[in-house]
Design a protein around this ligand. Sequence first.
Ligand SMILES: [Zn+2]
Ligand SMILES: [Zn+2]
Length: 392
Amino acid sequence: MPSTTAIISHLKDTVAEGVDRSAQTLITLSHRIHADPEPAFQEHRAVAAITATAAELGLEVHSGAYGIDTALRADFGAGAPGVAIMAEYDALPGSGHACGHNVIAAIGLGAATTLHELRAELAGRVRFLGTPAEESGCGKELLAEAGAFDDLDAAMMVHPASWDLQALNGVCLSQLEVGFTGRASHSGIAPEQGRNALDAAVLAHQAIGMLAKHLAAAERVHGIITEGGDTPSIVPARVAARYYLRAADPAALAQLKHRVEDCIAGAARAAGCSAAIDFAHPDYLDLRTNPPLAAAYQANTQRLGRAFTSYETFPAAVTDAGNISHRIPVLHPTIACAPTHVMIHDAEFAHYAVSAAADQAVIDGAKALAMTVIDYLHDSTLRERISVAHTR
Ligand SMILES: [Zn+2]
Ligand SMILES: [Zn+2]
């Protein structure tokens, strides 16, 4: 009987060959999603493209998973443990695929379809999950609340970036909408009857700006005014603003929310208006990195000749994969496809998300992700170390 090491090595060689065979199909998928960007919850054409490509590669994928129109699911293998391969495909309003989620989708599907070919040999289950609305809406939290991760032991994905990193530093994010309500009146004839909702919003914005001088290093508050009145001749009765709040962990985020709420309430009161705050989506939680799982991915990627940079000193980002990492171990490395001066969300990054480097990232990412799933399913010692790191 072959040793576990020999089995793992054979399976890894087989998935690498599988990805090489489907490389052109996966790259075509990546380019197709990139050419037709769709924002959160509207990723219908991306879902159709992924479903069709999966079928071409022998995997039946179902849309509408867990009650979300643009979520995808396919299950294969049997028994325990169970691993999710997560694929994102939403774009950024106004700047297309400047976060490169087309690459994530192709990597995730490439890993899933090659593992599916080996399903009879896998020591456990794999769930391919198409996870919509990462940029806005916190789609993975919605999937988790609908039970998508309840019967799984780990979840994995790979995000494109300007570096190969074991993991992303992920902080918490809360998105809030605030509506200020005052009283309309003629600005010139009857200003004394007006209560100016724009004054309330401007005061609140200034108060939050002052608050920002007294925040912890990981904390950020930034906002825009989304409705500012209709005409200068009418005192604005209705003004709306949107703020994003970032903090290191859920406790710090809760405290920051209270401080911002106080700024808004105080400003509204000063202007004789009222303010209604709506926390628009579930909060994004910080990303808990699992070091043994991240190291397993790095080892697989280094086999492919990629060089890693230390992630600890990198600026913090936000991902809804963080919410999953509070439940089960999550793998969220980055794979380089752009020069280091081009950051994700820069408009320029969108060009690199279909470059030759991005196409190579699709191939290498799919291989390394599939290999890491194999490590997880077949190496019980590694699994134990991952489990201990998760509960620490
Ligand atoms: Zn993004
Ligand atoms: Zn992203």
